[in-house]
Design a protein around this ligand. Sequence first.
Ligand code: NDP
Length: 256
Amino acid sequence: MRKTAIVTGGSRGIGFAIARQLRSDGYCVAILDVNDRSEYQHNLNQLAEMGEDAYFYMKGDVRCAQDRERLVKETVDKFGGIHVLVNNAGIAPRVRNDILEMTESSFDEVIETNTKGPMFLTQLVARQMIKQDFCGKKRGTIVNISSLSAEVSSISRGEYCVSKAGLSMLTTLFADRLAPEGILVHEIRPGIIATDMTRPVKEKYDALFEQGLLPINRWGLPEDIANAVSALVSDKFLYTTGCYINVDGGLHIQRL
Ligand code: NDP
């Protein structure tokens, strides 16, 4: 069985950096994305150049039960099993609205993508991992990409905060349930990372960096998150589960 990872939202941004890093680490990689493939074909081409038979792209929606089932089935059919799941796909609200104006449709869309999708994809993947033999010292590793917003208030995008707080509780719940099965669960909280998601607020943060916003005072790079995932899924973390790690340049530190 080939060492295999699923990365949701893996054709651009943080997810692509994770997919590329895991390919370099020797994993076959399966990617789920809803976007039109052609727009990010250059990224997928990079993965193909690293081994055409070691990556698999599926256009699908993490919110859709049939797409989640197809992703797991086709990944197992192609590579023989699943050893790593990275729940990376996520969205911010389409429109920022004060919490007093938040719409139910925005709340539902963000929660379904950032929390409900990962919940039920993790359930499917965990059931598959439990059927497999140990690979090295564990059966598998699950990494949730949440956010500082899991505990920091942003009243103009409350649905995002609620969704990431929910994802964080999923880290705790699955870590508890899956440790006896030899599956470890981790959470990464990225800070301010230069991707499409943060492009609309680029000028705002450029100005804040000039004023010394962070102890490590620069934009985070997708590779900063990918390197953390690579370390967490390795056999170096065998007595740790249900924890989060801030990959945020020190953004979480309260400073006077
Ligand atoms: P991007 O917006 O650059 O990319 C998001 C990815 O998720 C895209 O590949 C997107 O696909 C995919 N996606 C979105 N909705 C779905 C869906 N319904 N089904 C399948 N795939 C989907 O985001 P980032 O790379 O910046 O963020 C990645 C993760 O990191 C997110 O969970 C985000 O919340 C989190 N994060 C990011 C931070 C940042 O500063 N950038 C800070 C803290 C957390 P498509 O191309 O089709 O839209």
